[in-house]
Design a protein around this ligand. Structure first.
Ligand SMILES: CC(C)(COP(=O)(O)OP(=O)(O)OC[C@H]1O[C@@H](n2cnc3c(N)ncnc32)[C@H](O)[C@@H]1OP(=O)(O)O)[C@@H](O)C(=O)NCCC(=O)NCCS
Length: 204
């Protein structure tokens, strides 16, 4: 239910519409050239999904989004049941002990703005490992994966409340999609939280 809300235009914690609360915003990168490369710190590893990883995905997502509840049903609703497809597209960032501390998925949307896009989907790092720069190698790998899978452009959805995520996506060359005055207002609000980045040079 909430995931339908997340990706169909509702707000993250409140009802749809112009009221207070986080607003869903979307970003695109119209090419996948010149992607930032960020190496993994020593001792950490990245690996693709293996059958049974639903539990790890659920654990990481529940830790990263403490006000939400993720279950294996959520996982299947998001990614379907074809484990081969998921293994091609889903990555796990693991600590030195092999335990999963982050995940992101190089998903797809065959009809986004009338075109086929790769979708950066469900990026999450567990709180104890946040703020250490680990999302950058994870996002590098996911964007690279999208290119390897034949995608030539990428999209994503996030919320105005996700300031670190928006800062990260801007650094990776994703640009805001502004479809109406409410989008413009949402991005002006984000610019206040991210005054030093590319938003400061954009007309919003
Ligand atoms: C968003 C998330 C994936 C970022 O991961 P992270 O490993 O903590 O972030 P990093 O330490 O790699 O920082 C990456 C960039 O995020 C931005 N960032 C991080 N913390 C920030 C903050 N407090 N304010 C603004 N920007 C911030 C910066 O652009 C930073 O780049 P910089 O270090 O060059 O300035 C992580 O915080 C998370 O899982 N949050 C909860 C779930 C979520 O919001 N997922 C994304 C939903 S779309």
């Amino acid at each position: 239910m909430w995931d339908a809300m997340l990706f169909s235009g509702g707000t993250e914690t409140g009802p749809s519409g112009p009221g207070p609360g986080p607003r869903r915003v979307t970003m695109v990168r119209e090419h996948l050239a010149d992607l930032p490369e960020h190496a993994l710190p020593e001792g950490l590893s990245l690996r693709p999904y293996r059958p049974g990883d639903e539990a790890a995905w659920v654990r990481v997502l529940n830790l990263a989004h403490p006000r939400r509840t993720f279950t294996t049903e959520t996982f299947r609703a998001e990614f379907g049941r074809d484990d081969e497809v998921i293994a091609r597209r889903q990555l796990y960032l693991c600590g030195g002990d092999g335990v999963e501390i982050g995940t992101a998925t190089a998903w797809f949307d065959d009809d986004y703005n009338g075109k086929s896009y790769g979708r950066v989907h469900w990026v999450a790092i567990v709180p104890t490992f946040q703020g250490l720069g680990l999302s950058r190698p994870l996002l590098s790998a996911v964007c690279r994966r999208l290119g390897e899978l034949g995608h030539v452009r990428a999209c994503l959805a996030t919320y105005t409340s996700r300031v670190p995520a928006v800062g990260l996506y801007l650094k990776f060359g994703f640009v805001p999609e502004i479809r109406d005055p409410r989008d413009a207002a949402a991005w002006r609000l984000l610019r206040e939280s991210l005054p030093d980045g590319p938003l400061s040079r954009m007309e919003l």
